[in-house]
Design a protein. Structure first.
Length: 231
């Protein structure tokens, strides 16, 4: 099937690149937040447990679209106050930054539970062995816990990333010119909604397939030592 793009091909390509940038930026933010949230929830300290649990519960309880809108429009007053304080004419949070924060916040909330499950799946004897060898808590976390946690959590994180890539379409509502926004502009100009929305669907499908290939490679690489020891 060949689609006539009416000269919007470069615009759709630029939108695809923007979608990839947004997804990877939100992934980086989400991984950090998810790891911190999981460490807080598995901490022996009650305040940290409460903080991690509140983060994952509150963020997961609100739709991603609302987080995008709340973060983008909710920072208007804050930016104005900051501009007045610094003596700058105007400050505003870009659509890309707002989308990165919102999607990263949501990804991190779900990743918190994935990381938490992975941490709990590691036998306690591994920590005890590290302590018996005189390793510090930080070294046990870095050398023993995190590598095993990564291998266990990777499939779940991969699924979350594929969902994240599709959720980037939500940021079109605040004007970021990713795939959906570019497609909407093309539809308005050409009056051919089926053509451009179908092209957008194929682009998202292609990105998902590439993500699945990358995830398969990472899972295979992360499991190399485990496979050898199990055999």
């Amino acid at each position: 099937m060949i689609f006539e793009l009416h000269g919007f091909g470069p615009a759709l390509a630029a939108g695809t690149l923007m979608t990839i940038k947004l997804a990877l930026s939100a992934l980086a933010v989400g991984l950090v937040l998810g790891l911190l949230g999981a460490l807080a929830k598995t901490s022996p300290y009650k305040p940290l447990q409460w903080l991690g649990g509140s983060y994952s519960t509150i963020v997961r309880g609100v739709p991603e679209l609302l987080w995008v809108l709340l973060i983008y429009f909710g920072t208007v007053g804050l930016m104005r106050s900051l501009a007045d304080l610094l003596g700058v004419e105007s400050l505003e949070l870009s659509a890309f930054a707002a989308g990165t924060i919102a999607l990263g916040l949501c990804f991190g909330a779900y990743a918190t539970e994935v990381f938490r499950g992975a941490i709990l799946a590691i036998p306690k004897g591994h920590r005890e062995a590290g302590m018996a060898l005189g390793m510090s808590k930080g070294r046990i976390l870095w050398k023993l816990i995190l590598p095993q946690m990564w291998r266990i959590a990777l499939p779940g994180l991969g699924n979350l990333f594929m969902i994240l890539m599709k959720d980037t379409a939500l940021v079109s509502v605040i004007g970021l010119e990713e795939i959906m926004r570019r497609s909407q502009i093309a539809v308005t100009a050409s009056k051919e909604p089926f053509t451009f929305y179908m092209v957008a669907a194929f682009i998202y499908l292609g990105l998902t397939i590439l993500a699945m290939i990358g995830l398969h490679f990472l899972e295979k690489r992360a499991s190399r030592g485990f496979v050898r020891s199990a055999s």
